[in-house]
Ligand binder design. Structure first.
Ligand code: ADP
Ligand code: ADP
Ligand code: ZN
Length: 224
């Protein structure tokens, strides 16, 4: 396969807009790995690595982890074998500096292919985040009301225990939304100017968002 046949999809949207949920659903259909910086940090934290311990301070405060370490982590992740056909990026880039760095990393492979923007009202984001539960073992994402597990507190997939992320508590959510508008929103214009931004109505039920997303990707030749 030619290097520029690689497909890099960048999901943009506020915390809780459903990026991770959709990535988990469509990754198999597209045959691309789900690269989520938040998950990479949480994995490092669970394993008590230096990177995990450094990231924790920022994550707990709802602030961005410094660009230098974040960019290095993503660059390494994208060089792994499973990204040979591209990747679904979720949670990166989160500011203009990271967007420019991603362009440099992907320059040999034709750059970012498409950037779906998950549009959701702030009230909905807060409701989604406050009910979000994650599996401690496999990272699957649930919602107490919108996507409950079959048995309360237990993962349908692996039987692991579900927990609420520390940074999903109301005090931190406010900061994260603020950080999104201030630091992340500028990348919307960055991708819009290149004609690769597509709006997705992410207020709909999960299945409808998936349908719109797949239709958009199909139009751009990313899916059959
Ligand atoms: P959500 O999707 O709910 O916003 P994430 O799991 O993507 O949450 O991110 C959780 C936290 O991890 C962020 O609040 C931030 O501290 C850190 N983080 C994730 N991605 C990045 C990034 N690209 N740059 C800096 N920090 C990041
Ligand atoms: P993000 O990755 O953008 O931070 P998530 O995919 O983790 O967002 O979704 C946030 C919460 O909202 C989760 O609890 C998830 O189960 C729920 N959720 C995701 N998409 C929808 C949807 N379309 N409708 C209702 N709830 C949703
Ligand atoms: Zn699980």
């Amino acid at each position: 396969m030619a290097a520029n046949d690689r497909k890099f999809i960048v999901f943009i949207g506020p915390p809780g807009s459903g990026k991770g949920t959709q990535a988990q659903i469509i990754k198999e259909r597209l045959g691309l790995p789900h690269v989520a910086t938040g998950d990479l940090f949480r994995y490092n934290l669970k394993n008590q690595t230096e990177l995990g311990l450094l990231a924790k301070k920022y994550m707990d405060a709802g602030e961005l982890v410094p660009d230098e370490v974040t960019i290095r982590m993503v660059a390494e992740r994208l060089m792994r074998e499973d990204c040979a056909r591209g990747a679904l990026l979720d949670g990166f880039p989160r500011n203009l500096k990271q967007a420019v760095a991603l362009d440099e990393i992907l320059a040999p492979y034709g750059g970012v292919t498409v950037a779906p923007l998950f549009e959701v009202d702030d009230e909905v984001v807060v409701e989604r985040i406050s009910g979000r539960r994650i599996c401690r073992k496999c990272g699957a994402v649930y919602h107490v009301k919108f996507n409950p597990p079959k048995h309360e507190g237990v993962c349908d997939i692996c039987g692991g225990e579900l927990y609420q992320r520390d940074d999903d508590r109301p005090e931190t959510v406010k900061t994260r939304l603020f950080v999104y508008y201030k630091q992340t929103a500028p990348i919307i214009g960055y991708y819009f100017c290149r004609g690769i931004l597509v709006d997705i109505n992410a207020m709909q039920p999960v299945e409808d968002v998936t349908r719109d997303l797949m239709a958009t990707l199909k139009k751009r030749g990313l899916s059959d």
